[in-house]
Design a binder for this molecule. Structure first.
Ligand code: TRP
Length: 332
């Protein structure tokens, strides 16, 4: 493991993971499992409670998210998959990092501002310090590379700043991680309002494709996707966000470049574009759905993967906590 790059990322256990979550996170996570990487992936259940959760649902959502990661090709023989809450080192480090983070920095986080506006009745302290817990997730593993979506870029920058600040004040303790933000893959837009990010909280269910949607539903949502009225298929985010989003999805799912993609649709109409994109998505998602059904039914298997994952994660995380505690002045 010494000469491998450590990759770490987390995903919140939302009840309805979408195509946006798949392309922005899970799919890249599977692809990052390579000869020269060691990947640690966690279901960020501690982060989830920064907004109100129903415990029964949360229990189910986090289990399903773990099963989905496995179904999507994260291989527990090569990588570790764990629940954030199973590794107490995350909260242990988080306190020390909290005391090395400024209120001013946290006040600038755009996600905090957005979420406070959305959950006016529950602007809790955890929502405010959320990025510090995320910094702990990352720094605990001496991580080299953090695959994240665009919306997490600011949090990643903060994690780097905290690491640098701590290292300067107390001596070399944390590796300063690099972000990995996939190009077009980072952002899938709503099928109904293509200027907005695809989101499961979209009140119009036609705006998002859920990973577990039926193939007929997926095809139907693509059929209704908003385009424009000039009828020409080309990539132009400014003037043709709907068509460009469809082209981006096609390019991601087929692995073709944007030039090749646009070329594939030369002379076609929007109807054909939508059907072909839907086909590509359905083709990749169907085997994942099938594996999800098998894996999630095997509770023993999932429990074993998660307990092995937590154990392996703790072995790594403990070292960093000891180091940071020692530097802080907390010795046994
Ligand atoms: N905050 C991230 C999100 O909502 C999830 C997350 C938690 C994460 N811990 C992380 C991402 C550590 C990268 C690294 O998308």
């Amino acid at each position: 493991m010494e000469n491998k790059k450590i990759v770490l990322s987390g995903i919140q256990p939302t009840g309805t993971p979408t195509l946006g979550n798949y392309v922005g996170a899970v799919r890249n996570w599977a692809l990052l499992q390579k000869e020269d990487t060691f990947c640690c992936y966690c279901v960020a259940d501690l982060h989830a409670i920064t907004v109100r959760q129903n415990p029964t649902e949360l229990r189910k959502f986090r289990y399903n998210m773990a099963a989905l990661l496995l179904a999507a090709g994260i291989d527990p023989e090569r990588s570790i998959v764990f629940m954030q809450s199973h590794v107490p080192e995350h909260t242990q480090l988080s306190w020390v990092l909290n005391c090395n983070t400024y209120m001013g920095e946290l006040s600038r986080m755009t996600q905090f501002k957005d979420k406070s506006a959305k959950h006016e009745d529950n602007i809790n302290a955890g929502l405010f310090t959320y990025p510090v817990l995320m910094a702990a997730d990352i720094l605990l593993y001496q991580t080299d590379l953090v695959p994240v979506g665009h919306d997490q870029k600011q949090h990643l920058e903060l994690a780097r700043d905290i690491a640098i600040r701590f290292n300067n004040a107390f001596g070399e303790t944390f590796k300063v991680p690099e972000g990995f933000i996939p190009g077009t893959g980072g952002r899938i837009m709503s099928l109904q309002e293509p200027e907005k990010k695809m989101s499961k909280s979209d009140p119009n269910p036609n705006g998002f494709v859920a990973i577990m949607d039926d193939p007929a539903v997926i095809r139907n949502k693509f059929k209704r996707a908003v385009t424009d009225c000039d009828g020409e298929i080309r990539y132009d985010l400014q003037n043709k966000p709907g068509v460009s989003n469809l082209l981006a999805i096609y390019s991601i799912f087929t692995g073709k470049s944007m030039d090749e993609t646009v070329n594939d649709f030369k002379g076609s109409g929007y109807g054909a574009l939508k059907t072909t994109v839907a086909d590509a998505v359905v083709e990749e998602l169907m085997p994942i759905q099938q594996r999800f059904r098998e894996i999630s039914a095997d509770k023993e298997y999932v429990a074993k993967v998660l307990s092995d994952g937590a154990e392996a994660a703790r072995r790594m995380a403990r070292k960093t906590v000891s180091k940071a505690y020692h530097k802080t002045g907390f010795d046994k």
